[in-house]
Design a protein around this ligand. Structure first.
Ligand SMILES: Nc1ncnc2c1ncn2[C@@H]1O[C@H](COP(=O)(O)OP(=O)(O)OP(=O)(O)O)[C@@H](O)[C@H]1O
Ligand SMILES: [Mg+2]
Length: 205
């Protein structure tokens, strides 16, 4: 059995979830593990001296639980796929078929054990103004309090990004200002190339 783990990282509102879902729809037998599903309960996330909840750091996430999910997929992608029920179009096929896991989230490359599992790494970036604009048009749970973007989200992004650049190599940076279609086409093509390199069954793609 052949497998490929694709990491879709990036800053908040870079377009990670949008791209990941579209990729999954195009790649048979693929599925997604999303980091957003692993935030700790609000009651245990600490508050800093400015009163901002410290969500944008690894400590705010149940990374062990996320690792367990990724490991469950690695152990048996077929069973995981069936249970996750995410990819309705999937068909179980030949032994040459490559199972693809898309791991998406804003801190996936900052967690060393998770980063080490990735076969491909993409990072979606957008300028500060676009990021702030996109973020303000969304409603998060819990909602961002006034000043949260400039007081917590953006400074933590800069810090986390610096840490990532100091420790991780092989990241393909993507311009999140490009259209959704253009981003999907580029990443899909690149993933197919990697599937091909594994000697995977491209006929199904
Ligand atoms: N290529 C794009 N061009 C324009 N808008 C986009 C693009 N990709 C995503 N968006 C929009 O930006 C917003 C954020 O997209 P998305 O939820 O995919 O980002 P994210 O990186 O997963 O964000 P989060 O930090 O909430 O996890 C959405 O409103 C989405 O429709
Ligand atoms: Mg998202």
């Amino acid at each position: 059995m052949k497998t490929l783990i694709v990491g879709v990282g990036g800053m908040t509102n870079g377009g990670k979830s949008t791209l990941s879902k579209s990729l999954m729809q195009k790649i048979p037998n693929s599925c997604i593990v999303a980091q957003d599903a692993f935030f700790k309960d609000d009651s245990v996330v600490p508050v800093n001296e400015n009163g901002f909840k410290q969500y944008d750091m690894l400590d705010a996430l149940h990374m062990d639980a996320m690792m367990s999910q990724v490991n469950a997929w690695r152990t048996n992608p077929q069973a995981f796929l069936k249970e996750a029920g995410q990819n309705a179009g999937s068909t179980m096929s030949s032994p040459d078929h490559v199972f693809v896991l898309i791991v998406e989230g804003f801190l996936i490359f900052n967690h060393r054990p998770l980063n080490e599992m990735m076969d491909k790494r993409y990072f979606m970036e957008i300028p500060y103004v676009t990021c702030k604009e996109r973020r303000s048009s969304r409603v998060y749970k819990p909602p961002d309090p006034p000043g949260y973007f400039d007081g917590h989200v953006w400074p933590m992004y800069l810090k986390n990004r610096q840490e990532m650049e100091n420790t991780v190599t092989g990241i393909v940076f993507l311009d999140g200002l490009k259209s959704k279609e253009e981003l999907l086409a580029a990443v899909y093509q690149d993933v197919c190339k990697n599937i091909n390199m594994l000697g995977g069954n491209l006929a199904a793609y």
